[in-house]
Design a protein. Structure first.
Length: 289
């Protein structure tokens, strides 16, 4: 797999009204690119695509399966990035701004250089704001990729937690298993080692209990017996019986798991508990008011 840095001239497909899309056709400064990404790029956005060059119907195009924002780090390159995205600005204003303020160009005031005032200055400031947001996003996504996340997973984590992403994941990388399409096994087999999570780390043990319960309830049931849950979690971890028991107690105390005191030792995730409790009470003729 190779990387291709491009500027997106426009999104040829799908239309902007399709907010749930993940597959795109992009017209870029390097040609046509087709593939899957977790965000819709804006016109003139700089992105890095992950994929390979292919030939379709005699035409060369880039087939990709992931992308990240490509935000320049050099102050002059950042100024050019902003100028290119500011309608009405151009290379002449870029040179004037740089000559006036150099690397401190973001602090320039309206009217300090010719023409950069009024509506044009407002658009310029808006693009500076967008640059700042994109810088944070690019930094977070890049940091997660450095820890073994795919571009798609890293982008999905950003979409989920925004500016809190690194704090959430650094605190407990198994939180990545909360993202749709990703599970405990993926984090356990590669990513958690990049965060120095040992085999007996309680974050790993708790995640295995939650993962096992979710997997066991995928077929529609929202409760499982403790014996079955215990066995499944131990199997996922390769042992650690005592720690699984301790992790379950912690999760019950925290309210993440709920137990049914009906003689069978059933367990449920907290968000399923109330519905199951209501059904139990109704079936046994108990007042639910």
């Amino acid at each position: 797999m190779s990387e291709l840095a491009v500027i997106v001239n426009r999104v040829a497909y799908p239309p902007a009204t399709d907010t749930g899309a993940q597959w795109y056709i992009l017209q870029t400064d390097k040609g046509t690119a087709k593939g899957k990404m977790e965000f819709r790029p804006k016109d003139l956005e700089s992105v890095v695509l992950f994929g390979e060059w292919t030939v379709y119907r005699g035409n060369k195009e880039f087939a990709f399966n992931g992308a990240r924002l490509n935000v320049p780090a050099n102050p002059r390159d950042q100024l050019r990035y902003v100028i290119e995205r500011t309608p009405g600005a151009g290379s002449a204003i870029e040179d004037l701004v740089w000559d006036h303020s150099g690397a401190n160009w973001k602090a320039i005031k309206a009217g300090e250089v010719p023409r950069l005032n009024g509506a044009l200055y407002e658009r310029f400031q808006n693009q500076i704001s967008m640059l700042s947001q994109n810088e944070v996003q690019a930094e977070v996504v890049g940091a997660l990729m450095g820890k073994g996340c795919t571009p798609a997973m890293a982008q999905k984590a950003w979409d989920q937690w925004k500016g809190e992403t690194l704090g959430v994941v650094n605190s407990d990388p198994f939180r990545l298993a909360e993202l749709e399409g990703y599970g405990f096994s993926l984090i356990d087999k590669g990513i958690r080692q990049c965060f120095d999570i040992a085999d007996d780390d309680m974050r790993r043990i708790r995640a295995a209990v939650i993962y096992s319960l979710r997997r066991m309830t995928d077929t529609g049931s929202t409760v499982v017996s403790w014996q079955e849950l215990f066995a499944a979690a131990c199997a996922a971890l390769g042992g650690y019986d005592e720690l699984v028991f301790e992790a379950a107690k912690e999760l019950l105390k925290a309210g993440t798991l709920k137990g049914f005191d009906h003689g069978e030792g059933f367990m449920a995730l907290s968000n399923d508990f109330r519905a199951e409790e209501a059904i139990w009470n109704f079936a046994n003729g108990r007042d639910t008011e």
